[in-house]
Ligand binder design. Structure first.
Ligand code: PLP
Length: 400
């Protein structure tokens, strides 16, 4: 399996566990125990049961007739937007909370940017009656206020982070600081980032996405291998889940779409592979946005779930090995693509997912190509942003 990680947590030259000594015991415990726990029969039975009855899995694989005609290929959407709480984040939150319980932890801490991971975590903690503390940048709290309310109603304590740029990167730093002082808590990371074993563990848990895609395609198309799988990438969890079971199948082209904000030639971007370089962020070696002195640069994207100044280490490796091709979409392209999906299929996508949809215009398909795009989340949280651009949308229409 190409995603396999070595015993020190490296994917080729990327990954590892660059952590303060105070976290050593916690990280070592996870490294030693997580795999045997999450592959155990008892865990899997509980995990699958919750995914089915609580989250609503399997999520549908929806054939888009109009898109297929428009792009001259068979285009399917993997509907992660239909999950309970509105995105793929819940798969990971459930998976890790079950693990935390097995490890005997009663208190869950998590960082959140857009709030989707915070809401997913607060949701499962409510279900399992666990204490839940969410760290969120003060700026993000203002931008995503409805998610702050959701977390509070669910019973989580939301701690505003006022250091740095007051966004996701700073919330991660604050969570790590808290974890060092409270080693009895479980730190639930929301993407394929952080020190080993988090990237691999989150990918393992999210691999349910490609497991289902394979089974569904086999039924519908008579073959479990599509020609393309396309996903947006922030830290990389929905992309990792969508690619996981196809990594060894070279007939499947894997495309990850970064958010380039105002463009890769500007400073207002979140495209860490296109614009970044090798460095250490949040405990792992990977591609990050940094200046010459190695200071982390702020990431920008209209989509709050994608403005992270790095990618999961496995993706840096898959990029160098040319197994995953990286594209990028700007704010403008994503907004337009989101609007087009809404009007052609009646699905308002999360702005994150809209970046993946925008990539359709950049690829030349063959008529028989089977294309799966992961729709990582629903757009309810983004309607104010869509609304702001509504006037522009009518211009798009008159241009086409
Ligand atoms: C968080 C989020 C993302 C980005 O995170 P990944 O770990 O890269 O998947 C994408 N889409 C939605 C809807 C999200 O909430």
């Amino acid at each position: 399996m190409k995603l396999s990680v070595d015993k020190n947590g490296f994917y080729g030259e990327f990954g590892g566990a660059f952590i303060p000594e105070m976290l050593h015991d916690n990280i070592t415990e996870l490294q030693c125990k997580y795999k045997s726990i999450i592959t155990s029969y008892e865990y899997q039975k509980l995990y699958k049961k919750l995914l089915k009855n609580y989250v609503g899995r399997p999520t549908p694989l929806f054939f888009c007739e109009k898109y297929s005609n428009q792009y001259n290929a068979k285009i399917y959407l993997k509907r992660e937007d239909l999950n309970h709480t509105g995105s793929h984040k819940i798969n990971n939150a459930i998976g890790q909370v079950l693990l935390a319980k097995k490890l005997g932890k009663r208190k869950i801490i998590a960082e959140t940017g857009a709030g989707q991971h915070g809401v997913a975590t607060a949701t499962i903690c409510a279900l399992m009656h666990l204490e839940c503390i969410i760290f969120m940048g003060e700026i993000d709290m203002q931008r995503q206020y409805s998610n702050v309310i959701r977390m509070k109603i669910l019973g989580a304590e939301v701690i505003p982070v006022i250091s740095g740029n007051k966004t996701l990167k700073d919330a991660v730093n604050e969570s790590i600081r808290y974890w060092i002082n409270h080693p009895d808590s479980y730190y639930l990371i929301g993407s394929t980032v952080g020190p080993h074993p988090y990237p691999q563990m989150v990918a393992d848990i999210q691999s349910i996405i490609s497991e289902e895609i394979k089974m569904q395609l086999e039924k519908i198309e008579g073959s479990s291998s599509p020609n393309y799988v396309i996903a947006c990438i922030g830290g990389g969890s929905n992309a990792a889940g969508s690619f996981y079971h196809f990594l060894d199948d070279d007939s499947v082209k894997l495309l990850a779409v970064e958010a380039s904000g105002l463009g890769i030639k500007t400073k207002n971007t979140a495209a860490s592979i296109h614009c970044g370089s090798k460095g250490i962020l949040h405990g792992s070696m990977t591609f990050i946005l940094q200046n010459k002195e190695g200071q982390i640069l702020p990431a920008y994207s209209i989509s709050p779930g994608l403005d992270y100044p790095g990618v999961g280490p496995m993706f840096s490796h898959l990029y160098i090995k040319k197994r995953v091709r990286f594209l990028h979409s700007t704010d403008e392209e994503a907004l337009q693509a989101g609007y087009e999906l809404t009007r052609s299929e009646g699905i308002i996508p999360a702005l994150e997912s809209a970046h993946a949809l925008a990539a359709l215009k950049k690829i030349k398909f063959c008529e028989k190509d089977i294309v799966v795009i992961t729709l990582s989340g629903r757009g309810d949280k983004d309607i104010n942003i869509y609304d702001k651009f509504f006037i522009k949308f009518s211009n798009y229409e008159s241009n086409t």
